[in-house]
Design a protein around this ligand. Sequence first.
Ligand code: HXC
Length: 508
Amino acid sequence: MKDILEQLEARRDVARLGGGARRIAAQHAKGKLTARERIELLMDEGSFEEFDMFVTHRCTDFGMESERPAGDGVVTGWGTVNGRMIYVYAQDFTVFGGSLSETQSKKICKIMDMAIQNGAPIVGIADSGGARIQEGVASLAGYAEVFQRNIMASGVVPQISLIMGPCAGGAVYSPAMTDFIFMVKDSSYMFVTGPDVVKTVTNEAVSADELGGSATHTKKSSVADDAFENDVEALAEVRRLIDFLPLNNREKAPVRPFFDDPARLDPSLDTLIPDNPNQPYDMKELVLKIADEGDFFEIQREFAANIITGFVRIEGQTVGVVANQPMVLAGCLDIDSARKAARFVRFCDAFEIPILTLVDVPGFLPGVQQELGGVIKHGAKLLFAYGEATVPKVTVITRKAYGGAYVVMSSKPLRGDFNYAWPTAEVAVMGAKGATEIIYRGKDAGEIARLTQEYEDRFANPFVAAEKGFIDEVIRPHSTRRRVARAFASLRGKKLMNPWKKHDNIPL
Ligand code: HXC
């Protein structure tokens, strides 16, 4: 028996070494951790249980039969994050560059199937040279098996991707179908075709970093939701995100102990809105002042900053926040912000996370580029997402809520549960000057100024909307946290079903 135990330990030790000490040193030299080190940091200490440690590939081409490292380039298993179960796979770059073989795919699919069946999030850590070149089509089919599971898991369990090295070719489509993608600055990249192919086909010279580095994907393409300085920070932040999320679509998000009084008043909010209606202010200040302990996990911080999206807790319960940001493009909605917020709203709805919407929106951004870019269809995404959402929806209009953008931002007729407004709110079809110039076309400038003032006096307030019941209550800014907390508390038993359908046809 002792011998067998020693044999087991010896085999485990070899498996844990992956591609060997030299390749591990090369990985460290690039500032990257190994697959096992990453999993250790992601999971609660000692909680990780590995699957398929001894699996090897079955390829016999190109002399592969002589090299069969245990684990085949991916570490898979389950464990806990702050006591809550998750499944994980981490590609091991030290074994055949983490490339995906038929058996590596089977290992990943096994834990994905278990995650879907048992209702726990999947974290995938990508660090791979793509399809295992020696295996050809078997490897491509392996990717397809993973993709199919990404699709089946979507909306069932949260899926989080961490890109911690290369992720290129068709391989990018697995993370692309997960809920969140995080990258590591300087050591990760994602592209469908690399710089060499781009140069050959389009004659464009571009570096790997420009084409698919973290700055590209967090600021320009919006493929990634955020990027972190190094592996350690990225893994710590993913732990923080997991704490906000439910394990699956049948469970509620966890309730965390809170030390921040839900009835806390904040007098500074009474002066948040500047006297000049065209002067910006930082909407993030309001988000942080509503949140328990000012704790906010922002999604897509660096993309379409005219809208803010992310998670807070109110009375210990997770709430998704969508807020116009007057500091950027005056808080206008445009193609990028509508896409960004729509995806976020749909995530929240899929996982029963209530949504708080903070509104200060002067309208959709006008312009040829926007129209030609399809702002009609992209704007409709957000409208559709809010309208189909059945989770509790609480809205606070702080200042402008004009035109179509007012309607889109979780307005009452889109089944808003609580639609509050600050006394500084202006709910109207458009700004007073524009409106007056249309209604009184041809009048002289003096007359227009007088009529603009008249229009402003009539509509630049929340009371016309409140008189008609589109605003449920005009609230004092300093009591926003208390009002919002009570609103969500009253909605904990909310039940709302959409008509049966196979699935909707959101304008993609
Ligand atoms: C087999 C691979 C591999 C692969 C890397 N390796 N990629 N083995 N299949 N796809 C092996 C290398 O042979 C090497 O083995 C080890 O991994 C480390 O690779 P290096 O090249 O030394 O590392 P580095 O210099 O850091 O470069 C990393 C890299 C490069 C940029 C990823 O390896 C590379 O370009 N690989 C090929 C990428 C590729 O074309 N993949 C196919 C894409 S198509 P040793 O033994 O020396 O350590 C695709 C289609 C998917 O993925 C479609 C899905 C639908």
